[in-house]
Design a protein around this ligand. Structure first.
Ligand code: NI
Length: 176
């Protein structure tokens, strides 16, 4: 369909709580999902949420396959989740570097639960239910945060671990 412009941090639409999708499947929803995948791919993203392209609905896409932005990340199946729900399976936090297409050029270290279960609808209305850990769990939590108006810098507790990707890379910090 189309690669859409991505809203950047500071745009108030990124802080809004998105609305549940009421009708699944639908042609409009299919078009939105295609736009999300196209826009994510064009920007080498690991995930994208509908509010990031200005659509206030609870829809996220994610997936990682040999992604140049995340060279050390494991593979995550290409997935669309409609009206997703996350259950934390292990409260123990893991720290990991995150980036966001709405915060271009930056990375930050964020602590999140390391093991989750998630569920949501696929584009055809069927149920998706999975458990995830590591990078997979992180991506899902990051994307679902967008549906509640939360950007990863808002989750950070140590702002000394927030900076521009190139400088953090040069300093050898992104590997840890
Ligand atoms: Ni993001």
């Amino acid at each position: 369909m189309a690669v859409k412009p991505i809203l950047r941090m500071g745009d108030p639409r990124l802080l809004a709580v998105a609305a549940e999708v009421e009708t699944v499947p639908s042609a409009e929803l299919d078009a939105l999902i295609q736009d999300l995948f196209d826009t994510m791919a064009a920007n080498n993203g690991a995930g994208l949420a509908a509010p990031q392209i200005g659509v206030g609905l609870r829809v996220v896409v994610f997936g990682v396959q040999a992604n140049p932005r995340y060279p050390d990340a494991g593979e995550v199946p290409a997935t669309v989740l409609i009206n997703p729900l996350i259950t934390v399976l292990d409260q123990a936090g893991e720290r990991g570097w995150e980036g966001c297409l709405s915060v271009p050029g930056m990375r930050g270290l964020v602590e999140r639960p390391g093991r989750i279960a998630y569920r949501g609808m696929a584009a055809d209305g069927s149920l998706i239910e999975r458990q995830a850990e590591g990078f997979h769990a992180r991506v899902v939590q990051h994307e679902c945060d967008h549906l509640d108006g939360v950007l990863y810098p808002m989750r950070m507790t140590d702002m000394s671990a927030f900076g521009f990707e190139a400088e953090l890379e040069a300093d050898g910090r992104l590997g840890c």
